[in-house]
Design a protein around this ligand. Structure first.
Ligand SMILES: *Cc1c(COP(=O)(O)O)cnc(C)c1O
Length: 427
């Protein structure tokens, strides 16, 4: 089969090249705005895939990157360390729950999840019968979850069209239903039944909001009840806050709203303010202690070439300084109010389903003649419509959500929501 000629050899992620969608070339950005080579200014209403928190090219973060790039570009991190990594680790342990005493670096949300799963299994391996414990290996996951696209992360995520070809390689997990309003008890009962099985090692969840699963929001009481069940059975609680962390849900961590402290915490996306790829998996002392030994065979066998890259760490250290010294939470609260106000206002004028908001995230479902869900045919049409309005929105099927950088201005946000209003009426 001969394919039509392409303008570029690049194979883009989550892109069907056969549909011939335009792929805009972006030259620079600031705040909530992207500038394209053909002279358009586009409002980035999805924070460039949920990563940009304070805004594009934040001066403090860019200055830190430029400065670090003159000093130390890269360093092997097995047995060596550097100032930016130490600053990030110290900064994190100062603002994250004090129970999370250890910081392990990696490069992306997916790898932070792989690390979390390996830590959990390593913890239980250290407790094998030979060591006087019980081996546990089962991971419990929530339906509609997303934890990344590597094999382990896919294994603990929702199965479907995205991972069907790889299904034979994905490991078995225990599944609990999404705690939809009114059906929370079913989720808790399913979790308790799985926790009673003595081989259950850990639960991994996206706290309060399932992002890629369609911006599905559930209550803090349910999150707290899930954590309590895990604690009762000694099952490790892994919070994947890769998307929900860094103020996105209105608090630094979503877990905070439920008064939950996880055993293992995954952070990425907003860790560098969304400027460079970096992730951490934070762990409790017990998880670290299970790997601590004078026996080299029991060390934590995980690394990647660029673990804790100094330049990425400098960006994260600058982000932490911004959180310490600037009124980020006020900005987050203000954006949350503006988002909710728009959702309510739109609801008075047009029809859509399931309006929902948490912190800086707002979402609604358009009525569709299609099958709904991620593959709903409405998504590409909507994307093209928003692109024609110079707005970057990327609906999840028939779910339209707005997740902007915290610095988005009133005028810019109005433009985004006016376009959504137009879309709701015309589709
Ligand atoms: C984006 C995301 C990931 C994967 O992060 P990458 O950096 O894209 O690998 C994992 N978990 C959640 C909840 C996410 O939203």
């Amino acid at each position: 089969m001969t394919l039509p000629p392409a303008a570029s050899p690049i194979w883009h992620p989550f892109t069907q090249h056969g549909l011939g969608e335009p792929i805009p070339l972006v030259t620079h950005a600031e705040g909530a705005l992207l500038h394209t080579a053909d002279g358009r200014t586009v409002i980035d209403a999805v924070s460039s895939w949920w990563v940009t928190t304070h805004g594009h090219c934040h001066p403090r973060i860019m200055a830190a990157v430029a400065e670090q790039a003159q000093k130390l570009d890269q360093l092997i991190f097995a047995g060596w360390t550097h100032e930016p990594a130490e600053a990030v680790a110290a900064g994190l342990t100062a603002i994250m729950p004090p129970e999370l005493t250890r910081v392990f670096f990696s490069d992306s949300g997916s790898t932070s999840v792989e690390v979390a799963l390996k830590m959990a299994l390593g913890y239980w391996h250290a407790n094998t019968p030979a060591n006087g414990g019980t081996p546990r290996h089962r991971i419990v996951v929530m339906e509609h979850s997303y934890h990344g696209d590597t094999i382990g992360a896919m294994s603990v995520g929702q199965r479907g069209v995205f991972n069907q070809p790889y299904d034979p390689l994905l490991f078995d997990v225990g599944r609990i239903p999404f705690p939809a309003a009114g059906a929370e008890q079913e989720t808790l009962d399913a979790l308790e039944a799985l926790c009673r099985q003595t081989d259950t090692a850990a639960l991994i969840v996206e706290p309060l909001v399932l992002g890629a699963g369609g911006m599905l929001i559930y209550g803090a009481e349910t999150l707290k009840a899930m954590a309590d069940i895990c604690a009762r059975y000694g099952v490790l609680f892994i919070a994947d806050e890769v998307m929900t962390g860094w103020g996105r849900t209105g608090t630094l961590l979503a877990c905070e709203q439920a008064g939950v402290v996880p055993d293992i915490l995954c952070l990425s996306k907003g860790l560098t303010g969304g400027s460079l790829p970096l992730a951490v998996t934070m762990a409790s002392e017990a998880i670290f202690a299970a790997h601590w030994s004078t026996d080299r065979a029991r060390m934590f066998f995980h690394s990647s070439s660029y673990t804790a890259n100094p330049i990425a760490c400098a960006a994260a250290a600058a982000n932490l300084a911004i959180w310490r010294e600037e009124p980020v939470m006020e900005c987050v609260a203000d954006l949350g109010r503006r988002q909710s106000a728009w959702l309510e206002k739109l609801g008075r004028f047009c029809h859509f389903d399931n309006p929902r908001a948490l912190g800086t995230i707002a979402a609604l479902d358009l009525r569709t003649r299609g099958e709904g869900g991620y593959m709903d045919g409405l998504a590409p049409e909507l994307m093209a419509f928003f692109r024609s309005r110079d707005i970057l929105l990327r609906p999840l099927g028939n779910t339209v959500y707005v997740m902007p950088p915290y610095c988005i201005t009133d005028d810019q946000l109005d433009e985004v929501w006016n376009a959504i209003g137009e879309a709701v009426i015309s589709f």
